[in-house]
Design a protein around this ligand. Structure first.
Ligand code: GAR
Length: 201
């Protein structure tokens, strides 16, 4: 069994996966980021499929927008790139691009029920990109993380594992997110290991 990990940011969860000895074959990213550099330093195969290459023409300020983003083509290309590097199972670890159904349907559904995600809240509470901020804003006294099978709907899909952490007096987004990430660094690698074990590769 060979694992692909998708990153966009710090990559601390990728580091935890490597420390746990998961069989990471390839690391994919949608932008240059520390996670990609960690993969390179570990001697892993990497794929940088920049969102900007899949975005409509830049506006007058030279910026590209989400509006022109060709999500379907991007998703298909990423599936092909990961498969071309031998990935059987895909683990998103802070990946900043929502993959559409063409990723899961690619090559007759090769990655259907083979994509995992970790999310920094106790789903179904606080889906979306600002889960930590939203938990604080709601005055929650606990939050946590959820590992789930990914489906084309964002932050949905069967839940495989969850772990709660307390929200402490005086927490801000950084301190609460770091407490949640500490939980993710334990829970996600362990859940992936159990998941691939059950697949019987
Ligand atoms: C993690 O908290 C992960 O749950 C979150 O990004 C962080 C990645 O941390 N993912 C999402 O919010 C996706 N919706 P890292 O870059 O240090 O590994």
């Amino acid at each position: 069994m060979r694992l692909a990990v998708l990153v966009s940011g710090t990559g601390s969860i990728l580091e935890a996966m490597l420390d746990a000895g998961l069989p990471v074959q390839v690391v994919g990213a949608d932008r240059p980021c520390r996670g990609l550099r960690i993969a390179e330093a570990a001697g892993l195969d990497t794929v940088l499929l920049a969102r900007s290459q899949w975005t409509g023409a830049p506006d007058a300020d030279g910026r590209t927008s989400n509006q022109g983003f060709e999500r379907e083509g991007y998703s298909r290309e990423l599936a092909a790139a990961l498969h071309g590097r031998g990935a059987d199972v895909v683990a998103m670890a802070g990946f900043g691009t929502v993959l559409d159904s063409s990723f899961f349907a690619w090559d007759g559904g090769r990655y259907r029920e083979r994509v995992l995600n970790t999310h920094p809240s106790l789903l179904p509470a606080f889906p979306g990109w600002h889960a930590v901020r939203d938990a604080l804003a709601a005055g929650a006294d606990e939050s946590g993380c959820t590992v789930h099978l990914a489906i084309p709907e964002v932050d949905a899909g069967p839940i495989l594992a969850q772990r709660a952490v307390p929200v402490r007096h005086g927490d801000d987004v950084t301190t609460l997110h770091e407490r949640i990430k500490a939980a993710e660094r334990e829970l996600y690698p362990a859940t992936i290991a159990a998941f691939v074990n059950d697949l019987n590769f």
